[in-house]
Design a protein. Sequence first.
Length: 718
Amino acid sequence: MTNALPATDYSAYVRTNADGTNHLRLIVAGMHCAGCAFKIEKKLNAYPGVEARVNVTEKRLSLVWSGDKAAGNTLLDEVETMGFQLSPVKQSGTEDEGLKHLLRCIAVSGFASGNLMVFSMALWFSGRDSMGAATRDLMHWYSALITLPTVIYAGMPFFKSAWHALRHGRTNMDVPISVAVTLASAVSLYETVHSSEHAYFDSVAMLLFLLLIGRYLDARVRLQAKSAASDLLQVMQGTASIIEDSGHMRRVPSKALIPGMRLHAAKGEKILADGTALNAGDVDTSAITGETMPRHVCAGDAVLAGMVNIGTPLDIRIDKSQQDSLIGDIIALMQRAEQGGAAYVRIADRIARWYTPVVHILALITFMGWLWIGGAAFQPALMCAVTVLIITCPCALGLAVPVAQVMAGGRLFRGGMLLKSADALERLEKVDTIVFDKTGTLTTGQMVMDPPDHIDDETKAQIAALAAASAHPLARAVTAVWPSKPAAGAAEMDGRGIEITREDGHWCRLGSAAFLLVTDSPPDDKLELWFGVQGLPPLRLTFSDHPHADAARVIRDLRREYRVVLLSGDRPAVAAAVAAQLGIDEWYGAVDPLRKHDMIDAEISAGRHVLMVGDGLNDAAALSRATVSMSPSSALDIAQNAADVVYQRKGLSSVPALLQTARRTQAIVRQSFALALAYNVIAVPLAMAGFVTPLVAAVSMSLSSLLVVGNALRLKGG
């Protein structure tokens, strides 16, 4: 790395991850195609320990490096030396100001074009003799006085971008556009000075007008096509009420919330940090889980940023700062789903790299061909070359993949799925085998009490009162069915159960078989609790982890197209029962983590493309080895980190929805790629042959990009 003093200090915007690496996201101004992105990535990734990813659609740079935070300044100075301008992502007004400037340029060029039409129509419909040479020259000079200031102002977005690129020894798509506009203006001025006919001022102004409209529409679509993660930033904004140690309450900005603070959420107020509820209440979790039903939380339950308190005022102990909260993690996950190693992206990058030298060579060939072989005059030959410079467009190729990925990512997010890997959709299309974990994936992962037989209301009340005095998962499953207040005087015996002493001196217990002195428990695989009163026969309560309500239907539908396998670490008898209930013919029980990984590895080695769906620590290695992987949002962090897709909705409906979206996305990518290639293959020869005017070239170039974006927008609708 160079030892030069970095021009800008970005240290305040650097986030240090848990693994010690530094992460910084920046807006990149002056980048208009995949070729620019390739140059930035190539420059930064050449340094050891640096990982740079550029999202062309969002014009964002994601930079990860190890070591000192200040090293990022030196790295980014390298990017600025290349002619790109960087600004922190938080400066969102930069993009809005850029759009406003484009609108002003459009207004100026449009106003100029309208006024130039007055002179142009007179020139078009009058002959040289009828108008007179002096009048014609005067109209040309009036046109020049309108056009040249317009070119200087309205052409600035193209000129500045081209100058920055050339000044730092590189090229971009604005270089040929700038050359074309400058040449057409210079030729027109030369012709006007020499009282000749070939003045194209009206064409130059209209050309800028159409190019700017295309640039503006493209920028608007890019802005709208950004990941849904940007919308989540709104959840993190606002002020919150904090209860101080003195008992006084004060409002603080959401960014000032830190672990250990006591947050107070009034009814109807949004919770702005992850934490632990200190009292019972009801919350709307739809922003996080997609569930429409309110959720009741008790003291000690976790609550997440983005939930809305819809009940009594809720006090919360903050456990995580905003950047480490679930919403922060979601934003980070979605920001990772950027332009990556997809095959079509690599092809587009290679094409974009050769774009500028090739298009200038083609323009030169066109000019020389018309001048020497076609026998055309200097001016028409030059206009044909200018048309070639304008009509070629690598942007459509560069947009084909990232816009489709962003649209698919937004659609998946609205369906409760977070796409973490840029090429996951490409890999999903090839899947032929789906491997499911059992607990927490096919099943709910929550124990539910089986309906007991012949229990009177008095006994139910006694059982519920004992269960309410315990935080044990099975005891909570009891109170979920039979809500009750805790029994007075109940004592919990660690690892055994709960006990109270009745007025008659006899004990009343709820707990394990040994605690209830049971020696002949039925030989099944059910989880159990026993209830009894001293001197009376005990009563057995059983619990099951039931499959998701939609599991059988989803598995049935998936089996029509895919091979479905169940890999469970649970007892074979339990795995067999779930497999039979869901219609899965191929299942394996008592599979430890290493064996899970080895079985997935064997499937892939056999040429299969495996989608692994799992949620536990024992699934992490298998998730990493699979062709592509999914994990529910309730999974352990290690499983979510290993997975390519994290889904939030309960049940299995996300699996077929993801597969369907992947197939459709890849189909649209192929269509867009074909459209972009076809445009350039058809348009360039037509321009070289002289069948296209500069105005038509400007319209065509803009439409090619918008056509690709419009094709990708079909993913947004359904």
